[in-house]
Design a protein around this ligand. Structure first.
Ligand SMILES: NC(=O)C1=CN([C@@H]2O[C@H](COP(=O)(O)OP(=O)(O)OC[C@H]3O[C@@H](n4cnc5c(N)ncnc54)[C@H](OP(=O)(O)O)[C@@H]3O)[C@@H](O)[C@H]2O)C=CC1
Ligand SMILES: CC(C)(CO)C(=O)C(=O)O
Length: 317
């Protein structure tokens, strides 16, 4: 594909996820524009740096950095890398940076995170969700550490693509974008199922990292935390099933074993806790609990974890 045919990509929220994928796409030759808030001056001055254990040190300097969406060019693809807690506030920002038929891809964890944004966007915009299997965090202003993994699985949420064929074509286009930047990416036929699947990891590890003040190595080294993780994973699988989504056989065991092989990783929720930012409790806990309950399925362990985290979150702000 020649550079003239490459889509214009906007990163809405250039943190760990936005910074990593934006730098990878820019280095692959895409025209990438980064919207920042607190780190704008640093990135405008020094560009973006990704210290990757997989790809080595990656620098993008200069980076096309903006502190206002009004200054950005109109984009074909908008990758939202902000936390789900800011989605509703981001609607006007997204609209400002979008071409009329743009694809808006939420690179976020949690269930149905697109639902609160959809009514605030014009019908002409496509809305998609992306599940990132990656270990990244912000090290400092404009500096991202990439510890492991990197795949992005994409599904269609809503918009002008009316049938499954048109939707899958749009999703394939998104997956192709990532693949051409050397990132593994799969088109998911059912976004809801894909989001449940990702929660099998996030529900136990994100919350327990905050509650027990522990990264994955410590959590995997202790018999009690291992038992807790497995019990919580089993509940997520049960909740997904009640909502009509069977997980692939052995999926929880696969994630458990995968985590044993990962470097010590502190989930993004722990970073939010440390920096006194709101935790993504609505997306990662409240919505799955409500969906399971509506399907007649109680998830008492997840409910206890959620309520405990709510207490911690309210006292942390
Ligand atoms: N980190 C990881 O390894 C993974 C994260 N995820 C998910 O990805 C999503 C993003 O997480 P992560 O990258 O870790 O989060 P970060 O906190 O690192 O990044 C969020 C970024 O969004 C920016 N932002 C928020 N609001 C605005 C705004 N109004 N205008 C401009 N910028 C804004 C923040 O800026 P500011 O500095 O001003 O706050 C920050 O740079 C979450 O849903 C998370 O659960 C999924 C898989 C793995
Ligand atoms: C650690 C990992 C890879 C689990 O799937 C992740 O993607 C996350 O933190 O959300």
């Amino acid at each position: 594909m020649g550079a003239e045919h490459k889509p214009v990509v906007g990163i809405i929220g250039t943190g760990a996820i936005g910074g990593f994928y934006g730098v990878m796409l820019a280095r692959a030759g895409f025209d990438v524009h980064f919207l920042l808030r607190s780190e704008f001056s640093a990135v405008a001055e020094r560009g973006l740096q990704v210290n990757s254990a997989v790809h080595g040190p990656l620098t993008l300097n200069p980076a096309q950095a903006y502190c206002a969406a009004a200054d950005m060019p109109k984009c074909d693809w908008l990758l939202v890398g902000a936390k789900t807690t800011s989605n509703a506030d981001l609607a006007p920002v997204i609209i400002q940076a979008a071409k009329p038929d743009a694809k808006v891809l939420l690179l976020q964890n949690g269930l149905d995170v697109e639902d609160s944004l959809r009514p605030l966007l014009p019908d002409t915009l496509h809305l998609l969700g992306g599940l990132c299997l990656i270990c990244v965090h912000r090290e400092g202003p404009g500096v991202v550490t990439h510890q492991a993994l990197g795949a992005v699985n994409i599904g269609y949420h809503s918009g002008p693509a009316i049938d499954q064929v048109a939707r899958m074509a749009m999703v394939e286009e998104g997956a192709g974008l990532f693949r051409s930047a050397g990132i593994d990416s799969q088109a998911m036929p059912n976004l809801h199922q894909a989001r449940w699947q990702k929660l099998v990891w996030n529900i136990p590890y994100n919350g327990l990292s905050v509650l027990l003040d522990a990264g994955t190595s410590a959590l995997m080294a202790d018999a009690d935390s291992r038992a807790l993780i497995q019990a919580l994973m089993a509940e997520v699988v049960q909740g997904a099933k009640a909502c009509g989504h069977d997980m692939p056989p052995g999926y929880a065991d696969y994630l458990f074993t995968m985590t044993e092989k990962m470097p010590d990783y502190w989930p993004s929720m722990h970073h939010d806790f440390l920096h006194k930012r709101p935790l993504e409790l609505e997306a990662i806990y409240a919505r799955p609990l409500a969906a399971a309950k509506a399907a007649g399925c109680e998830l008492p362990r997840i409910e206890s974890l959620y309520r405990t985290l709510g207490f911690i979150d309210r006292r942390n702000l």
